[in-house]
Design a protein around this ligand. Structure first.
Ligand code: MF3
Ligand code: CO
Ligand code: CO
Length: 276
């Protein structure tokens, strides 16, 4: 028996038992709907992201759009987290907590949403610009988006999870950026965070073999400086240790016979900034 247990999701209760679930057509349909709602939420908040707006106001809008879409924010009440999204500005790597803090001209920020719709999780994040960020910040955002898409290209049957991380790491390091190791992509579906762990740096051919029916996220966090992060005293906010800027994009995908389906692609084509 292999190190990783792969099971038919239809035969499983919804348990986080370390198994990697293989899903059928109905699950794909559920994820397609949840993913599309998630992407629409990120599309619709884009005009709101401006200098002077508070991250709490953005969070309120995310909650409203999520509820209007017939879903609930999976983060609300998740392990004590009390908000509808995460908003991570500049040197915040991920899990930034919305607050009355306002955006400044030149900020780069990640907004990460996870509507839970009819029992399925759509998890996606994009970078946004408040005003006009410096060229080095815009370059970091561009390359981070490339890292996500290069990782997605590796997500196909026969490859291994490690191939995704390898491709992302190669691309980021070519640009002398640091790949965050402390947080990974993850299986999802009926559960928010499930097996497998999707590393964003690694060696080819390592980790579980990718099979049709797997659902997982790819969500590389790329730093302008060195990889290490620390979590602040609030227990959530992860920042770069060297205070360098950090960027992230995330998609939820499903593995098909020939490659993968991106559940969270923007229906409006607003995949990366600038959105105006
Ligand atoms: N959406 C995040 C992810 O990509 C998880 C956020 S959990 C929270 O996995 F509690 F911090 F919101
Ligand atoms: Co995620
Ligand atoms: Co997310």
């Amino acid at each position: 028996m292999s190190e990783y247990q792969i099971v038919d999701a239809e035969d499983q209760t919804v348990l986080r038992d370390g198994t990697i679930k293989l899903h059928g057509p109905e699950a794909f349909e559920g994820m397609r709907k949840a993913g599309l709602l998630a992407a629409r939420i990120l599309d619709e908040i884009a005009p709101m992201v401006q200098p002077g707006v508070s991250t709490a106001a953005i969070d309120d809008k995310v909650r409203e759009l999520t509820l209007d879409g017939g879903a609930v924010p999976a983060t609300l009440g998740y392990r004590g987290y009390a908000h509808s999204c995460c908003i991570s500005i500049n040197h915040v790597v991920c899990h930034g907590i919305p607050s009355d803090k306002t955006l400044k001209d030149g900020d780069i920020l990640n907004i990460d949403v996870t509507p839970l719709l009819d029992g399925w999780h759509g998890d996606t994040s994009r970078m946004y610009f408040a005003g006009e960020p410096a060229l080095k910040a815009r370059r970091l955002v561009e390359v981070t988006y490339e890292c996500l898409m290069i990782g997605i290209e590796q997500a196909r049957p026969g490859n291994h999870i490690g191939d995704i991380g390898y491709a992302i790491q190669q691309h980021a390091e070519q640009h002398r950026y640091g790949v965050v190791r402390e947080f990974c992509g993850h299986g999802l579906g009926r559960l928010f965070h499930d097996a497998p762990e999707v590393v964003h740096a690694g060696r080819p051919g390592t980790g579980p073999e990718i099979k049709p029916g797997m659902f997982f996220t790819i969500e590389p966090m790329i730093n302008l400086g060195k990889p290490p992060v620390k979590v602040l005293a609030d227990g959530w906010t992860a920042v770069t240790r060297d205070k360098s800027l950090s960027a992230q994009f995330e998609h939820s995908i499903g593995i098909t016979e020939t490659g993968c389906e991106i559940f969270t692609a923007s229906p409006a084509g607003l995949d990366k900034p600038p959105y105006a």
